[in-house]
Design a protein around this ligand. Structure first.
Ligand code: B1M
Length: 789
């Protein structure tokens, strides 16, 4: 039976771990497991056969890290390793399918890292092409923690093969992936991209995974796959050990299967006994039938918005139409202007942002791609790609990280033919305007007919009606007064008869009339009563947002009027806070607007000294960001953006300090390093600039510095003072070991330590000679060590 059919009818059993099995068979630390496909094919074959014997239907090739980056120094090509791996798996005795295993690339994608989306795609494409050529049956993309990487991998798999694609991601204890994706967001994107099965692997032990699996099952309409570890990994004597028995493991997997997971296997620490036990408990049973979960959702990497669940506001401000300043910003590549519009709308309560950058004088495709990437690096609201050009839409839908809304198609066949395949491929929602070759019908019934045609044509392209949003089009009361009510009637018809979500551009209604705000508010209330799900409007207009808030109370959406009461108490105080924050460097860092930070820092430096800016703006801003990160209000990408913004600001400070630093005789040589395992270097860099400013010569070893490097440099350079920085509880240990190693190697130097996790007591405990709270204290200590008065 074809795998695609099989997974909807029977339990499918995958194999268990490969890496830990290889370690037991002699794989040493530092050895690349994939080289075994060439050097020890018999070992790999033996492992496959043990799993087949245990009852696995699908075995996974030994190609987890078989990408060109990881294989670079092995002397083998991706093609050699992958071809051999598939050959070995296919040659293993017994009945089975072979899954081509694709693990993470090993480098982070932009904006967290430096790898761009298309480069990631090319790396994975090479693995896929080789695997398909060698004859694998399924493509398994697994242990992915970055949703963007999952998207690149899935597109690479689907564009270069017709095979079933399964994708599983890895979650942390807080229920999100390392980059902040929660289960519903994973389901929203992966299902949209058309994978055949999705789920979770590795991460935690099976017990800890259960709530994540339940959440995935709640939203997924396609088969769910689970491959847990053999318990929570623990490091004992430098080795990773897994702590649960086959019995316990299989009990948990059975529970997951009873709840609906249907593709089951194991990850780290499991072996053939674990798989055998799972198979023995579930073989010959049938999985729960799949059900289509009919909801409409869009997402960014860390936030999913469900439409139809209360009113969702689509912010309309990123659009040059009728906006002189916006047009100027586009022409001048002033991305910060656009980012500020995005931030303001988010803060004003928008749920989704429309992005339109169409201007004849600019390259719309390039600008759209750039603006989407920039917005996504600082804001986690889902976006609506708004363009009349299919080329722009395709480029944007491809690089967008998440499930977007495409704005728009209409009842004309040509536009549907061009846009629906894009929406299907990238799994986007599409706005359908109720107009066709004859224009906008006056009567509600005729607009409804166009909506029907859009929904049924979408179906022919494989797009579910949940992914269509109908816009019944708002006409101006000044010119087409009798049609205002027709629009509202059409909204009700679409909602009730088609069961499709609706959106409307509200402010058109008042065009050409005085006191537009009042008409907009009244029209919005009327539309909401008809069932409008998503108004497109200016969220910065408080009066119109207030209509939504009060509607939510009256329509029993805002239960016990909690939200309403919260926003309507202490209104004056809140407004005051907002105005004082505007344009403040601290605020800009928190929001992550890089270019603006440079400008404002230059301004501030005219009236403030460098350390005042560091102490009053940079550090407090990062403290706020750190707190938000800890509470799960923002995720790694946003944290990085704020850090990058601080770097821009600090670059200006550094330039000024260096200009003023009168170069003369060095007052002493000091080594500075952020310790092994720690990549936080903002604080260390500040200390460096200030020490240099006081005439000390700094040997900056950078961040994540190996202990040996510190020791060797201190010896070779005959340095009297070594400064170490650490920001994490976990890396204080490295600091301690670095100091220990300096002492053991008899390096004649003193040590000074700093960083937010340290205090004088800790410093003493790890045998540091000095502790410095900040850069100024570091200077005082350096003066003391070098006897400078
Ligand atoms: Co991360 N991070 N971060 N981070 N980060 C913290 C430290 C954290 C407290 C945030 C939180 O959860 N609240 C938390 C650590 C928790 C803990 O262990 N207690 C944390 C975490 C968990 C992580 C990651 C693990 C997140 C993840 O990937 N899941 C990851 C770590 C990766 C790694 O290191 N292996 C990570 C990554 C990052 C970014 C890359 C995004 C970015 C760093 C960018 C960079 O440095 N190039 C980042 C940032 C920016 C932060 C926060 C928000 C700010 C740190 C900072 O720069 N502060 C931070 C939360 C916070 O501190 N509020 C956080 C400003 C800086 C000027 O202060 O470094 O203390 P500080 O330096 C001061 C003084 O301490 C002193 O002088 C400086 C000036 O006054 N000082 C010295 C410092 N070193 C000195 C040396 C001296 C003398 C004085 O003599 C030698």
């Amino acid at each position: 039976m074809a795998i695609r059919d099989l997974i909807t009818k029977e339990f499918i059993f995958f194999d268990g771990a490969m890496g830990t099995m290889l370690q037991q068979r002699g794989l040493k630390t530092g050895e690349i497991p994939e080289t075994y496909n060439i050097l020890h094919p018999e070992i790999i074959k033996e492992i496959h056969e043990e799993y087949i014997e245990a009852g696995a239907n699908i075995i996974t090739t030994n190609t987890f890290g078989a990408n060109e980056l990881k294989l670079k120094n092995t002397g083998y090509s991706v093609e050699e390793i992958v071809t051999n791996a598939v050959k070995i798996a296919k040659g293993a005795k017994g009945e089975k399918y072979v899954a081509l295993d694709i693990g993470p690339i090993g480098q982070m994608l932009e904006p967290i890292g430096t790898l761009n989306f298309e480069r990631a795609y090319e790396i994975i494409k090479r693995q896929v092409v080789a695997g398909v050529k060698a004859g694998c049956d399924v493509i398994l993309i697994e242990t992915i923690s970055d949703l963007y990487e999952a998207k690149a991998a899935i597109i690479a798999a689907k564009e270069n093969s017709d095979l079933p694609v399964f994708c599983t991601m890895t979650f942390e204890e807080d229920g999100r992936t390392f980059t902040g994706t929660d289960p519903i967001t994973m389901v929203t994107l992966l299902e949209g991209l058309g994978v055949d099965a999705l789920g979770v692997n590795c991460s935690l032990g099976p017990g800890e995974l259960l709530p994540i699996v339940e959440e995935i099952l709640k939203y997924s309409s396609i088969p769910v796959m689970v491959q847990p570890n053999a318990g929570l990994p623990k490091i004992i004597d430098g080795k990773t050990v897994y702590n649960i028995s086959e019995e316990e493991f299989s009990n948990h997997v059975q529970t997951m299967a009873e709840k609906g997971a249907c593709i089951l296997g194991g990850c780290c620490g499991t072996n053939e006994k674990f798989i055998k036990k799972v198979v023995s408990k579930l073989n010959y049973k049938t999985p729960k039938a799949l059900e289509n979960k009919e909801y409409t959702s869009v997402c960014s990497p860390s936030k999913t918005v469900i439409l139809g669940n209360g009113v969702k506001v689509i912010g309309e401000r990123i659009n040059p139409t009728g906006k002189k300043k916006f047009k100027e910003a586009l022409k001048n590549n002033n991305i910060d202007y656009i980012l500020t519009e995005a931030i303001n709308q988010m803060e004003a309560g928008a749920d989704i942002l429309d992005v339109n950058v169409g201007l004849p004088e600019i390259n719309e495709t390039e600008m759209m791609v750039r603006v989407i990437k920039e917005i996504q690096s600082i804001i986690n609201l889902p976006l609506q790609i708004d363009s009349s050009s299919p080329e722009v839409i395709e480029a944007a839908a491809r690089i967008y990280n998440g499930k977007a809304i495409i704005n728009s198609v209409n009842g004309k066949d040509q536009i549907m033919k061009e846009v629906f395949p894009i929406a299907k491929k990238y799994g986007a929602c599409v706005v359908g305007l109720t107009l066709d070759d004859s224009g906008i019908p006056s009567k509600a019934e005729d607009r409804f007919k166009i909506a029907e045609k859009i929904v049924s044509t979408a179906k022919e392209y494989g797009i579910k009606k949940e992914n269509i949003l109908i816009d019944c089009l708002v006409l101006t009361a000044s010119a087409q007064q009798e049609e205002v009510m027709e629009t509202l009637k059409a909204v009700r018809l679409v909602k009730e008869k088609l069961g499709v979500k609706t959106l409307l551009g509200v402010s058109n209604v008042s065009f050409g009339l005085p006191n537009r705000e009042l008409l907009n508010q009244t029209f919005l209330s009327m539309a909401l009563v008809q069932g409008l799900d998503a108004p497109i409007l200016n969220p910065n207009n408080k009066a119109i947002m207030d209509v939504i808030k009060s509607f939510k109370v009256l329509a029993n959406i805002d239960k016990e009027a909690k939200e309403y009461i919260e926003v309507n108490s202490n209104v004056e105080v809140k407004q005051e806070v907002q105005t004082t924050n505007k344009g403040d460097l601290k605020d800009i860092i928190i929001k992550g607007i890089k270019e603006e930070a440079t400008q404002i820092t230059k301004e501030l430096l005219k009236t403030n000294d460098s350390l005042t800016i560091v102490d009053n703006y940079l550090i407090p801003a990062l403290d706020v960001v750190g707190g938000k990160f800890e509470r799960g209000e923002i995720f790694l990408p946003q944290l990085i953006q704020s850090a990058e913004t601080v770097k821009n600001s600090f670059a200006v400070i550094k330039e000024k300090e260096l200009l003023e630093n009168k170069k003369g005789v060095s007052k002493g040589k000091i080594i500075l390093a952020t310790v092994k395992g720690d990549i936080h270097d903002i604080g260390k860099n500040i200390v460096k600039v200030i020490l240099e400013n006081y005439g000390f010569q700094i040997i900056d070893l950078g961040k994540d510095v190996p202990i040996e490097k510190v020791v060797k440099t201190a010896q070779e350079e005959d340095v009297k003072l070594v400064g170490l920085s650490a920001l994490m509880t976990t890396t204080v240990k490295s600091m301690e070991e670095t100091i220990k190693s300096l002492k053991e190697n008899n390096v004649q130097c003193e040590t000074i330590v700093g960083g937010a996790v340290l205090n004088p007591e800790y410093a003493k405990m790890i045998n540091a000679d000095y502790y410095a709270k900040d850069a100024q204290e570091a200077v005082q200590i350096a003066k003391k060590v070098f006897n400078i008065v």
